[in-house]
Design a protein around this ligand. Sequence first.
Ligand code: MG
Length: 423
Amino acid sequence: MKSSSTGPHDQRCLYPCGRPLLEFPSPLRLIVLGVTGSIGTQTIDLVKRNPDKLQVVAVSCRNRVSEMVSILAELASACPDHEAPLVAVTDPAAHAMAAALPGVGARLLAVGTTGLLEAVTEADNAHCLVNGLVGAVGLEPTLAAAERGLRIALANKESLVVGGRLVVDAVRAGGAEVLPVDSEHAAIAQCLSGRSEEEIGRLILTASGGPFRETGTEELVRVTLEQVLDHPTWNMGPKITVDSATLLNKGLEIIEAHHLFGLPYDRIDVVVHPGSIVHSLVEFVDGALLAQLGTPDMRLPLQYAVSGEKHWPLETGRVDLLETGSLLFEAPDPERFPCLRLAREAGVAGGSAPIVLNAANEVAVAALLDGRIRYVDIAHIIEDSLATEGPAEVKDLATALAVDNQARRTAAGHIDRRSVAGE
Ligand code: MG
């Protein structure tokens, strides 16, 4: 039997593998953070399709107030029996705008992260947080939901990348549960249905390979932002689409899987699977391999999480095996996709390293979207930032946030130096 790099206490999955899920009355009362984003709008779609089973009690957006207002108006007409949800707007200017809106002002929470935390703590009888926030900003609401003992439908992988053990401990202490929304981890959860964690041998995460799966090293230097944002199979927000092009997203998912399923890194593998039909696999200790297949539609993993791991009816595309023909798998190329290696190394190093990795990437991706750096610079900025910020221990939230802040400044410095150098 392979040895584990973690102690006996860590052997227990954060994911409730083989354990009963929390029970909630119907309809399940949802807090939807990031309601104007890809995860948020798809959650609202599920609520409209299942108004007897799901209800929204609080939402948040950053600055897309008018989009949020129309989402809420459509929700109200689809679900006339549901009361209007509380509203958090984090951007100060957008918050002021929302405060002036007659239908919204009365239900508006505080500005900034405080508003996100109020959405989690003040929504009446909330049962479930759907965390669809992008980036490290998702960590504190996850911790607040953990303390409140909620079901956490987690699409914000940064909660586990940045929070790590803090989240694991808070979920256990608060009697909460984390059900993954990330399609790969939701696939693993489906493969683990009715299993115990002692049966798990190895996890295999699939990666689509992104738009540059077959692009040569020299060509990668010249790819445009448009090409970066043109994902072959999944339709997602811009940040995660960039992360999918660098494979940094798959690296974050390795770290996410490590914390969720309590496995050491040498038992979490990645294969490139361009069709995005096999969403991930579990190899059991007897060598049996289970996979979950489906069309690339985030509503499936979302619904599996919020429903408490039920297969409710869902009108979505069906996989036609005869049309699919064969399934292609290949090894990821560490030379062309250094972000995957950097993420795995940061995960193994632990402590502050995953926080620095994530912060540097967030800053680098923002710079790419602003047209300030090239696609290939992202990996350099992450690597330089990890080299500048030595490893440190992270015992509490304050330390995690301080490391995150410092790493963002460091990454910004590396970006400026690259811009000045005219690279
Ligand atoms: Mg994913």
